[in-house]
Design a protein around this ligand. Structure first.
Ligand SMILES: Nc1nc2c(ncn2[C@@H]2O[C@H](COP(=O)(O)OP(=O)(O)OP(=O)(O)O)[C@@H](O)[C@H]2O)c(=O)[nH]1
Ligand SMILES: [Zn+2]
Length: 305
């Protein structure tokens, strides 16, 4: 009999030790993890075993990557096996470039391609200001696209092209338009999620969970919605590697006199001279250098204990 055969599946939602697993036939069932620890994350390919009407996760297949943040208290995993991370910002409310940089660094560390979208282009004046604010990110090679989720579908064409055929984690500060985006691309998705989270979480109302959505019926394009852009801890990043994850700093490191340069005070530092340089194409913005030095101090401080 095939009853205790392990079958392949995909984790599409996770609430503590409860997982929603989608089978290769497209059915979804609730699974539990074996043991005390909840190890699976959304995007994991798993082998699951049926047990009465539910299932257990028996094995998690090796991951291509894992996008996560880490603060003093805990590690928060967002999702695994991603093609890209979409950071959704908006003209309003104003976003923090420190938070943006943290998410970009976490993506770089896991070799996940970031994509930045700036929403609410209909708000002309604040949009122009925010677009300007993103200039250093465009100069360092990031794909930054303008967006108006309020308008008709053609205004989303660039975004839908970037998403096609890929698995994308969507992150963004509150109010940038994450729910609007999910609703535009997958009508009815959020209503379903509410029902689902209640079923999985024993009736407790929660929206603080990561969820996988298929955008197309062929299941080639996926969006993963996850909260937690705020307080993006990077304790897992080695401060000595930090500059290597910042594309504007990285090319200048090779000009440093000392191989273990911290780029904070050393003489002959390539990074510091690029901050001072007036050669605009190649310069490092004062804001990004401040983000680097603050983060370096923060990460160094962690490691002292
Ligand atoms: N002007 C304008 N407003 C927009 C646009 N897209 C979304 N909004 C509005 O921005 C507000 C926030 O959008 P949401 O989609 O709820 O934002 P969110 O990122 O999901 O925010 P949280 O639910 O707090 O996480 C809503 O009032 C939207 O109607 C846009 O392109 N232009
Ligand atoms: Zn240096």
């Amino acid at each position: 009999m095939t009853l205790n055969l392990r079958a392949p599946g995909l984790i599409v939602a996770n609430y503590g030790r409860h997982f929603l697993v989608e089978t290769d036939q497209g059915e979804r069932l609730i699974c539990h993890s074996r043991g005390k620890k909840s190890q699976g994350v959304v995007g994991d390919r798993v082998l699951w075993l049926a047990s009465q009407d539910e299932g257990t996760i028996e094995k998690i297949e090796p991951r291509r990557n894992l996008f996560y943040r880490q603060d003093d208290v805990r590690t928060k995993t967002f999702a695994a096996n991603l093609d890209q991370v979409l950071i959704l910002l908006a003209a309003e409310p104003e976003f923090s470039s420190g938070q943006l940089s943290r998410a970009l660094i976490a993506a770089e560390e896991q070799h996940i391609t970031p994509l930045i979208a700036l929403n609410k282009s209909d708000l002309t004046v604040p949009f122009a200001r925010a677009w300007e604010w993103l200039l250093p990110y465009r100069n360092m090679g990031y794909d930054v696209i303008p967006l108006s989720l309020k308008d008709e579908a053609p205004s989303r064409q660039t975004l839908t092209q970037r998403l096609a055929g890929k698995t994308t984690l969507v992150l963004g500060p509150s109010g940038a338009g994450k729910s609007t985006l999910i609703n535009c691309l997958i009508p009815g998705a959020l209503v379903q999620t509410g029902v689902l989270s209640q079923a999985l979480n024993s009736g407790k109302h929660t929206t603080t969970s990561t969820t996988w959505y298929w955008v197309d019926v062929e299941k080639t394009t996926a969006l993963i919605d996850s909260p937690g852009f705020q307080e993006f801890g990077l304790n897992h990043i080695d401060p000595a590697q930090l500059a290597a994850y910042m594309p504007d700093l990285k090319p200048h490191v090779k000009n440093c006199k000392f191989y273990n340069c911290s780029h904070l005070h050393e003489p002959g530092c390539g990074v510091i001279s690029a901050v001072k340089s007036s050669d605009s194409a190649d310069e490092i913005s004062v804001n990004r250098y401040k983000i680097y030095s603050d983060l370096y101090a923060e990460l160094k401080g962690m490691r002292r204990y």
